[in-house]
Design a protein around this ligand. Structure first.
Ligand code: T3D
Length: 262
């Protein structure tokens, strides 16, 4: 019997939608899901016609983090969890942060554990109002991973990140938006349309500039102001010789010189 794909990919004009497809397990990560997700992202990155990616979940959840049924204690010996992080979660998060493509998370339901970290790694997060973000790690005796200890304090602020991590309480989409953890919370029925509109808007933007801006934002995390100013000067030089900038400037100048009296 053919195995169900753990990830579904839909190609649209200018962007792709990647749907985590294990609804009966709230789209929890397995080795198969990891392999298919990173392959789908790499494939989108390699497609010159693709200019944005949406990640969402099938069914009522976005992603419940690691599939805990994959974790087996053989003769009482604990599995080595760092191996899974180094081999799968870390490359996934690094790829999302470094791909030229803007990655949009359409959070359609609960995002728990590494599922929340996955959303936080994305560039733009839109969530349905019934969605919630849970740092569930401490409840099962783990620490946040998949970049959660890096992204969450930056998004939510240190005080909120600490409480979320240590208490494991869920933060609903609207509160997450008020706290600046995500871009927007919308009514559930509007989520698909809203996330689609974001992807279409991104696909219509000059892709080179988006990629360079994404790089500048990523590197800002490790830079002091002087280094970041130098980086901006370097990246802006690169942006300034691309055709999109030239076309925009020429179109602007045409409009100005066409005005009566100019
Ligand atoms: O191991 C490593 O490689 C290290 C890396 C770790 C990264 C991590 O993500 S660790 C954190 C793992 N995730 C969790 O601890 C979350 C566990 N799940 C929950 O706390 C709750 O399910 C939710 C808060 C996400 C949702 O609650 P609720 O009440 O809406 O749903 P539910 O009834 O708990 O779950 C529905 C079904 O999904 C249920 O199965 P059933 O009873 O219908 O057959 C449940 O067992 C299953 N499910 C939910 N989460 C997971 C899962 N199955 C496997 N793994 C899961 N993580």
């Amino acid at each position: 019997m053919k195995e169900e794909p753990a990830v579904l990919v839909a190609r649209h004009d200018g962007y792709r939608t990647i749907t985590l497809n294990r609804p009966e397990r709230l789209n929890a990560f397995t080795r198969q899901l990891h392999a298919e997700l990173i392959a789908a992202l790499r494939d989108a990155d390699a497609d010159a016609d693709c200019r944005a990616v949406m990640i969402t979940g099938a069914g009522r959840a976005f992603c419940a983090g690691q599939d805990l049924t994959e974790r087996v204690f053989v003769d009482g010996v604990a599995p080595d969890l760092s191996e899974n992080l180094v081999e799968r979660y870390n490359p996934l998060v690094s790829f999302i942060r470094s791909t030229r493509l803007p990655v949009v998370a359409a959070v359609n339901g609960v995002a728990a554990g590494a599922g929340a970290s996955l959303a936080f790694a994305c560039d733009i997060v839109v969530a349905g109002r019934s969605a919630r973000f849970v740092q569930s790690f401490a409840r099962i005796g783990l620490i946040p991973d998949a970049g959660g200890t890096w992204t969450l304090p930056r998004l939510a602020g240190d005080a909120r990140a600490r409480a979320m991590v240590m208490l494991g309480e869920a933060v609903e989409a609207e509160r997450a938006a008020q706290w600046g953890m995500i871009w927007k919370a919308v009514v559930d029925d509007a989520l698909e349309a809203e996330a689609t509109a974001v992807c279409r808007a991104l696909a219509a933007m000059p892709g080179d500039a988006i990629a360079l801006a994404k790089r500048a934002l990523r590197l800002s995390a490790g830079n002091g102001l002087d280094d970041q100013l130098a980086l901006e000067a370097d990246l802006q030089r690169q942006a300034g010789v691309r055709p999109d900038y030239r076309a925009a400037v020429e179109s602007f100048r045409r409009k100005v010189t066409a005005k009566p009296g100019s």
